[in-house]
Design a binder for this molecule. Sequence first.
Ligand SMILES: *[C@@H]1O[C@H](CO)[C@@H](O)[C@H](O)[C@H]1NC(C)=O
Ligand SMILES: *[C@@H]1O[C@H](CO)[C@@H](O)[C@H](O)[C@H]1NC(C)=O
Length: 153
Amino acid sequence: MGIQSILKTFSATATLLLAHYGAFTCATKPQTYGIVLVRAFDTLDVYAPIEILQLVSSMHKIQISLIAETPEVTTEPMAAMMNPFNSTVWPRVPTTLTFATAPRDFDVLIIPGGPGVRSPYINSTLEWIKEVAARAGTVITIFHIYATTLRYA
Ligand SMILES: *[C@@H]1O[C@H](CO)[C@@H](O)[C@H](O)[C@H]1NC(C)=O
Ligand SMILES: *[C@@H]1O[C@H](CO)[C@@H](O)[C@H](O)[C@H]1NC(C)=O
């Protein structure tokens, strides 16, 4: 993860804060958040927004769902060449819901980046995002491939 990635996450986190700050003047505040995970997701892209939302949750109710194709997701890359020293630095995250069971309506959909978003095996994730992003109140993407996918959906 480089400086660029940190800046991108920072900017997404700032967007999240602004969305909330603006929301304080509205009658309804965003409450339900879906965060879409793929294998080899970027850790900071997921946990930086969660940390902010933990702060916001002291002011009003927040519900976060971690959603993926499978009941568990790891940050470990699929390709061995992306882990040349066979390091064991990859957390495994149990998901709250899978695509089969997740609701289709979220106030905010958060789409993290990371090496995994370049995988050719995330078609069902992209399909789910297309459907759910169209219905979400706000969509926050941290990686441009998703933005491109959504634009041409
Ligand atoms: C990587 O390490 C694991 C144990 O942590 C081992 O089971 C596996 O065989 C190793 N893979 C390679 C390619 O060395
Ligand atoms: C994913 O979709 C793309 C574009 O439709 C297709 O070219 C590719 O073969 C699909 N990948 C898999 C693993 O099915």
